[in-house]
Design a protein around this ligand. Structure first.
Ligand SMILES: Cc1cc2nc3c(=O)[nH]c(=O)nc-3n(C[C@H](O)[C@H](O)[C@H](O)COP(=O)(O)OP(=O)(O)OC[C@H]3O[C@@H](n4cnc5c(N)ncnc54)[C@H](O)[C@@H]3O)c2cc1C
Length: 404
């Protein structure tokens, strides 16, 4: 059989790849949406969708994807020496805090179906193994049931996640151990976090001294289930010879000791997070990297979905109508890369610095106390975690004042 020809091949059908496929198919292109897995499939994640996700879905006229979900209502942060922050996630001076928790098995399937409805060709169950250039096209080898097939396209989008084959094949290297975190999540039953439960739909983060340099979260989906997880830099995990599952179990126990109702943990799964420190080259000859394949993860929050989806939208929207023109396409890919770096550089560097500071118990304690008492610090912290915020001198000064 000869190669199958497409305008765009998208490798990976997570949030980044599915979004790219939706936008590309709507532009009238013949799109292949390739994934090694069949769907619905689980993806280890906190399942947290920041405000930018709901905004992009609205822009794409895909509001139905979050229909029936209730946004998180409040936030608790536990820090060293018993400091605690409790706040409602509303009324933040014009800033959206509309965050949802949707299990990835559902969210990714909904997005993927939107891509197939838009006309993308379903190549689930196909593993991308290699790529290269042939004349004015890029080819991709995919393996299914032991047989290799070849796809050809004007553009290949690498959205194949943290262990990206395309990233390596394109010469963008692997994420280093020093820039990679690892996180484990599990699920637990708890009615306490339901909208009418005693805690309400409350998101919990923990940066306590017992946890540091790891941090923990409890994210409720508002339907009787919570996602419980812990994350840590790979280098720290190795240096301290920690067992991540035990760290997670200890975190769940500490929540129970605080009186938080959590059933037994189940469905434990871990996965690496290539953090945006630094971002590899995104634009390549007739190819681009987005999402985890391009290390688009906030080092402070571990959030990656919104960056990957926004990058997918911007990339595909910027492409020229005619994908065969090499010069026009290369220019559009370069512009996309510039847009990504300009938009996120200061925010991601700030998040990286904040991540380092939050590993220091003294700083974590005073930061959390300041955010609890000072609305300006709280607003900036939320903006850094869920928006495009950056570290500001005034906020740093306010935190230090609390420390003294
Ligand atoms: C435990 C944990 C908690 C997290 N919590 C959050 C959170 O709450 N909020 C948030 O925003 N982010 C979170 N993240 C990060 C988030 O999961 C990722 O940033 C996000 O999944 C990236 O989306 P993506 O589309 O780039 O990649 P993925 O979602 O990883 O999708 C990649 C797809 O590519 C496919 N694939 C891989 N290799 C191949 C191949 N060779 N051929 C074909 N297909 C392939 C995979 O099967 C997969 O479907 C968390 C990560 C972890 C590990």
């Amino acid at each position: 059989m000869g190669p199958l020809r497409f305008d765009v091949v998208v490798a990976g059908s997570g949030p980044a790849g599915a979004t790219a496929a939706i936008v590309a198919a709507r532009r009238g292109w013949r799109v292949a949406l390739v994934d090694q897995r069949t769907f619905p499939r689980d993806k280890p994640c906190g399942d947290g969708l920041g405000p930018g996700v709901a905004q992009l879905l609205r822009r794409l006229d895909l509001d139905h994807i979050l229909a029936g979900e209730t946004p998180a209502a409040s936030l608790t942060v536990y820090g060293p020496a018993g400091v605690e922050l409790n706040a409602a996630l509303t009324g933040l001076d014009g800033m959206s805090t509309e965050g949802y928790v949707v299990p990835r098995a559902d969210f990714d399937q909904r997005l993927r179906l939107a891509a197939l409805n838009a006309g993308a060709v379903d190549l689930s169950g196909h593993k991308v193994t290699a790529t290269g250039l042939a004349d004015d096209r890029r080819w991709v080898s995919v393996r299914r049931a032991g047989t290799e097939h070849r796809l050809e396209a004007g553009l290949v989008i690498g959205a194949d996640g943290a262990y990206s084959v395309l990233r390596r094949q394109l010469g963008a290297g692997r994420p280093s151990g020093r820039s990679t975190a690892i996180a484990m999540r599990a699920y637990a039953d708890s009615d306490a976090f339901d909208p009418d439960g005693p805690l309400g739909q409350r998101m919990i983060f923990e940066w306590s001294k017992e946890m540091l340099p790891a941090y923990g979260w409890v994210f409720p989906n508002g339907k009787g289930t919570v996602n419980v997880g812990v994350g840590i830099m790979v280098s720290e995990l190795r240096r301290r010879s920690l067992d991540l599952r035990r760290v997670l179990d200890r975190f769940a126990d500490s929540c129970r000791q605080r009186g938080i109702e959590l059933g037994d943990l189940y469905a434990h799964r871990a996965h690496h997070l290539p953090l945006a420190r630094p971002i590899p080259r995104l634009a390549h000859e007739r190819a681009a990297l987005i999402g985890d394949a391009g290390s688009m993860i906030n080092p402070l929050s571990g959030e990656g979905i919104v960056y990957g989806m926004n990058a997918a939208y911007e990339l595909v929207t910027r492409l020229p109508a005619n994908l065969s023109g090499a010069v026009e396409q290369a220019r559009a890919l370069a512009e996309f890369e510039t847009w990504f770096r300009r938009t996120y550089r200061a925010h991601l560097i700030s998040s990286r610095v904040a991540h380092g500071l939050m590993s220091i118990p003294w700083w974590a304690r005073h930061m959390i106390r300041a955010a609890n008492n000072d609305p300006v610090v709280f607003r900036d912290a939320v903006d850094l975690l869920f928006g495009l915020g950056r570290i500001r001198a005034e906020t740093t000064w306010r935190i230090l004042r609390h420390g003294w």
